[in-house]
Ligand binder design. Structure first.
Ligand code: AMP
Length: 444
């Protein structure tokens, strides 16, 4: 299959050719004809599957072929994204795809001055990429009208809800013309997303390009159990041992990001951090330097790292596991993109066992564990599996120290916890582990 057989016009084929896209990815093969046929779409596509082109390319074709010229302070297509970084990235892709077309594109987001954005919108833009909050501000200040809108795209819709944007989305929904095409993309589909889709979409075509909630199988994933306080030391040890060159590291909190960056920089390691407290320009500079390999280790919180596309990123490290299990899929989706292979390593302490279990349940796999010699945890991380159960070993009677090595069964070699001897009848699952994504989260 080629882009020509999907019915794309020559200027778009040429742009994709320039970018080195030879064959459509599965999501593109399904979405492009459907969007060109003006269908609404509900697409479950993992990050790194080529979903941006899947919606942007046919949308650009429709804008070129149909509809009036864009009016002042108007947009003909709106792409909503959860974060500023993602909005920038999506806009950069859209601009590349549109390079041979007579269309204008622009991105607006918060954290930067609104005035230049208002000026830019005066002439109207064909494709506007926006984060929800800033879009509403611009609308309320009459800098933007949406009555000319032909197509709405909700990109990473699950993340928008996770970030607490459901109220903003409801407001935006009221601002939209009734007659429009709506395309909803989400890596994962919760009941909340389905409800949103029910309100916003009209007889949508459902596309699912990979089994739901399953992480990319091009990413080799493993877990290293460790005590919480020894995580920084273990990270540095693994980094030196594995001669890591470019690593994206996820920490749970802003303070966690700063503390790890300080520690690494103190050791002379070339590291930088991004999180929501840092000004947009600083975040973008750190990201650009990481992409160009001027920075070796980039430590980030989930909100700052969402949707980032870093070419050939070989390794993602979860310094902390994410609180929302679905974020694990997004995090490891930063590597193994566009058919490349990648690796994702999670440093897991005893406190995080329920998160590990929720991740294994969501991704329907038991993650391989590797005990790192000299870092075996004093606080054991109980066994987990994809059923969502945490298995606590029954307490063994204490043996005298001389008999030694009772807890070192997995020492220094690869152990797939799925292959560990089956639980004896006396081993009971302690409780069913909840998935952590219930209810909206506070906006960061
Ligand atoms: P996305 O899922 O949209 O973030 O895309 C992931 C990466 O795949 C980006 O670097 C795209 O430039 C690249 N990509 C998208 N579609 C194709 C294609 N058909 N052939 C080769 N690379 C692609």
């Amino acid at each position: 299959m080629t882009f020509a057989t999907l019915g794309l016009i020559e200027p778009l084929q040429r742009a994709l050719d320039t970018l080195g896209y030879q064959t459509p990815t599965p999501v593109q093969a399904q979405a492009i004809p459907a969007v060109l046929a003006s269908r609404d779409l509900m697409a479950a596509a993992q990050t790194g599957t080529g979903k941006t082109a899947a919606f942007a390319v046919p949308l650009l074709q429709l804008l070129t072929m149909e509809g009036p010229k864009v009016a002042a302070n108007s947009a003909r297509a709106l792409i909503l994204c959860p974060t500023r970084e993602l909005a920038e990235q999506v806009h950069a892709s859209v601009a590349e795809y549109a390079q041979n077309l007579p269309l204008t594109t622009y991105a607006v987001y918060g954290g930067v001055s609104i005035n230049p954005q208002m000026m830019k919108l005066r002439k109207g833009v064909d494709v506007l990429v926006a984060t929800p909050g800033r879009l509403i501000d611009l609308f309320r200040q009459n800098a933007l009208k949406l009555n000319q809108l032909q197509t709405l795209v909700l990109d990473e819709a699950d993340r928008m809800l996770d970030l607490g944007f459901s109220e903003e989305l409801a407001n935006i929904y009221r601002m939209l013309p009734k007659k429009r095409q709506t395309l909803l993309f989400s890596a994962t589909f919760s009941d909340e997303i389905r409800t949103l889709a029910g309100q916003m979409l009209n007889d949508p075509l459902s596309i699912e390009v990979s089994p739901r909630n399953v992480a990319a199988n091009t990413v080799k994933q493993w877990v290293v159990p460790v005590d919480k306080k020894r995580k920084p030391e273990l990270f540095v040890h693994l980094m030196r041992k594995g001669r890591w060159k470019q690593v994206l590291v996820f920490a749970k909190t802003r303070n966690g990001v700063d503390a790890l960056v300080d520690k690494l920089q103190g050791l002379g390691i070339n590291a930088d951090g991004i999180h929501g407290d840092k000004p947009q320009a600083t975040r973008q500079r750190a990201l650009d330097r990481f992409k160009s390999s001027d920075v070796q280790i980039l430590v980030a919180t989930d909100v700052a790292a969402r949707g980032l596309d870093i070419e050939d990123l070989p390794l993602v490290v979860n310094f902390d596991l994410p609180i929302v299990a679905e974020d694990y899929i997004h995090r490891i989706g930063r590597t193994g993109r566009a058919g490349n292979t990648g690796e994702a390593i999670s440093l897991v302490c005893a406190d995080e066992v329920n998160m590990l279990s929720a991740i294994e349940m969501l991704t329907r796999q038991t993650l391989t564990r590797h005990m790192e010699q000299d870092f075996e945890p004093e606080h054991r991380v109980p066994d987990t599996d994809a059923s969502g159960q945490v298995v606590k070993k029954p307490k063994k009677p204490k043996k005298p120290k001389a008999s030694g090595g009772g807890g070192k069964r997995n020492l220094g070699k690869w152990v797939d916890s799925g292959e560990v001897a089956p639980a004896e009848p006396s081993i009971k699952p302690v409780r069913k582990v909840p998935v952590f994504n219930t209810g909206p989260r506070k906006k960061k």
